[in-house]
Design a protein around this ligand. Sequence first.
Ligand SMILES: NC(=O)c1ccc[n+]([C@@H]2O[C@H](COP(=O)([O-])OP(=O)(O)OC[C@H]3O[C@@H](n4cnc5c(N)ncnc54)[C@H](OP(=O)(O)O)[C@@H]3O)[C@@H](O)[C@H]2O)c1
Length: 342
Amino acid sequence: MKQYKVAIVGATGLVGQEFIKVLEQRNFPMDSVILLASDRSAGKKMFVAHQELEVKETVPESFKGIDIALFSAGAETSKHFSPIAAQAGTVVVDNSSAFRMSPRVPLVVPEVNVEDIEWHRGIIANPNCSTIQMVVALYPLHKVNPIRRIIVDTYQSVSGTGAAAIEELTTQARQVLDGQNTVPHVYPHQIAFNILPEIDVFLDNGYTKEEWKMVEETRKIMHAEDTAVSATCVRVPVFTGHSEAVHAEFSQPMSPEEARRILSQAPGVKLLDDPVISLYPQPWSAAGTDEVFVGRIRQDASNPRGLAMWVVADNLRKGAALNAVQIAEEMVKRDWVRPRGN
Ligand SMILES: NC(=O)c1ccc[n+]([C@@H]2O[C@H](COP(=O)([O-])OP(=O)(O)OC[C@H]3O[C@@H](n4cnc5c(N)ncnc54)[C@H](OP(=O)(O)O)[C@@H]3O)[C@@H](O)[C@H]2O)c1
């Protein structure tokens, strides 16, 4: 099997470290790997497959000879370096929001639209974490009974903001328990023992950018331009694992039993749905796992064509690193790792 030269941009971050774990765990066919970050982390040592590697500063020359670059270093870094990498013949899988809605860039969740990878021109976008887990759960139902409308409320963990937010929750939780005042740095208000209905910036229409990502990305990934989506995205004091209350309205009525039957065979989905024994997905147990967990499936009492459900996944794995590595694996399997323009 062909082996690939891989670069991880943002290797020192939460998603970057998860990239390393996922590549190791899944035995990705790597000939070599280079770890890239900003000049702040240059020289730092990290281990990949028991080998100690030095982190290098990301510069335009970093991508010479690299087959696949996994980016998770923020939108500005992606906007600057992804086109340079693609020009050098590297295929970029980008975790940031920089290119997700570009008509020239596929936005891919392999369980939903793997075929979109084929038309890449050197950059493939990894969707927003909340969108990924929702479409993995909804697409198998949408295929048999098109979804007309989705209303989703999210409960998103602080690791979705990055390493600094984990530190902020830890520090503030201690301060509150010790009776001290807290000073927010990462979030606009205290996050410990609190919840914040603000993720990313506010837009003129009253939604936040995170909420609007769920609207636009869901339609692009599922090829469902006519599906109406409304989201409320909320940050909660959980370290890892995003949870979502999803209400879907279908074209025709769908029973909870049929939804359970379909989802029990759906790729990437694990059903945890037995109210009798309080079995339902929870972020604590989803953290560190690969599946999208679905439970609490029930008829929407307000809509005869509606179902309500509870969807949970690890935002750093399926919501970021795992999905990106799955995209790379699909490219390898189908021989779609090719330089731009070919
Ligand atoms: N966390 C999630 O659940 C999640 C999910 C989906 C997508 N994402 C996206 O993934 C990206 C990273 O998220 P994260 O949670 O891993 O954040 P993080 O923990 O704050 O890590 C940020 C990483 O980006 C690097 N970086 C920052 N500026 C850079 C620059 N100018 N050049 C090169 N590298 C630079 C940092 O390197 P230094 O160590 O040198 O500072 C670090 O490795 C973001 O775009 C985020 O939106 C995150």
